[in-house]
Design a protein around this ligand. Sequence first.
Ligand SMILES: [Zn+2]
Length: 162
Amino acid sequence: MKSQERRYTLNKFKKCSKCKEEKSLDCFGLNKNGRYGVGNRCKDCNLIYFKEYYLKNKEYFNKRSREYYLKNKENLRKKSREYNSKNKEKINKYFKEYRSKNKENCKKIVKKYKKKQREQLEDGYIVQLITQNTGLTTADIPSELIEAKRLEIKIKRIIKEE
Ligand SMILES: [Zn+2]
């Protein structure tokens, strides 16, 4: 758009279809299908609309993102496993160097990390428990087994607390 044309359109006004107020075009979001190349609702009304839409459909959005995660969990895990085995030496070297540089600090971090993993029953912690007790390797463990083990630990913890 040439600057002259732009100035011309910016001086135009449009009535918002929602609040019915006449506002200058820069108060509207761009929409190439709308009159003057902007949408029918002003930005203020749009914001309210999207907020309401989100709140109304919050559960749906949450469900969708959970479903996406669950659907792709196995795949994501597989990818990180593949990456780890491909880059084993590189990763080991990196950690070795890192550990020797940050010996004390590292101990603290590992302790904290392990505590968090234990408390939140993260996959890594559960996998470690299973491999310790069964001799399976990480690659042998399906996600169902991890879920089952997590449930078992949860139940045990609840029983302990009572
Ligand atoms: Zn409006």
